[in-house]
Design a protein around this ligand. Structure first.
Ligand SMILES: C[S@@+](CC[C@H](N)C(=O)[O-])C[C@H]1O[C@@H](n2cnc3c(N)ncnc32)[C@H](O)[C@@H]1O
Length: 198
């Protein structure tokens, strides 16, 4: 099991290897992980899907909060991180692949429709077609009334790409919530939580 410093070293190394895929300079804090998991209503979920677990900050918090019977499937695009996550979280199904292919991956794992999706994906690095493809996939797999939680860094909220992504979330989901600012994260962030039609 990696300690916090080792996790940060892995994260920074991965960032320099593929900055356009990782999209953050430090692992998310446990304060941000707690806000994400609370907003996604992981505690009440019968099945949970995670996009872009990275080094597993959100994964750890999901495991701590979810019911023991609720399965978790995490989809990670970086093959090296996938290996690391499988060693670290032996009770979780870790799929090597892209969130855009969630339906196909879930089918391969025999995974049921999730009640919530917890996303660590670096949205600002995706073009608008990729963002929409992933949201389409998310809506297709979620149960009716299911929750989709993601986050945004506050220093970038006024950037055109960030504003466009927020509009995209609002146009894809009928319910859209924004959390308080989570200051204890590098950089500080807010959580967006969306709900699919019931
Ligand atoms: C910002 S990092 C996740 C941070 C995570 N919350 C943590 O603290 O470790 C984003 C992750 O998304 C993964 N990723 C990027 N594009 C992806 C995609 N299309 N599907 C699945 N994972 C993807 C990257 O490889 C990276 O591990």
């Amino acid at each position: 099991m990696l300690n916090t410093v080792q996790r940060q070293v892995v994260f920074i190394r991965k960032f320099f290897q593929s900055p356009r895929r990782i999209g953050a300079i430090a692992p998310s804090s446990s304060a941000l992980a707690q806000e994400m998991v609370a907003r996604a209503r992981v505690r009440n979920a019968a099945a949970i899907l995670e996009f872009g677990p990275g080094t597993g900050s959100f994964t750890r918090q999901i495991i701590a909060c979810k019911s023991a019977a609720a399965p978790l499937l995490s989809i990670e695009a970086d093959p090296g991180l996938t290996i690391l996550l499988r060693k670290k979280f032996t009770s979780v199904a870790i799929a090597a692949g892209y969130a855009q292919n969630a339906r196909r991956i879930m089918k391969a794992y025999g995974f049921p429709s999730p009640d919530c999706i917890v996303s660590g994906l670096p949205w600002s690095l995706f073009d608008s077609k990729t963002q929409q493809d992933i949201l389409t996939e998310a809506k297709a797999v979620l149960k009716p009334g299911g929750y989709f939680a993601t986050f945004a860094y506050i220093h970038a909220l006024s950037f055109p790409e960030a504003r466009a992504f927020r509009c995209l979330l609002q146009s894809n989901f009928p319910v859209f919530e924004i959390s308080r600012i989570v200051w204890n994260n590098l950089p500080p962030a807010i959580v967006y939580c969306c709900r699919k039609e019931v």
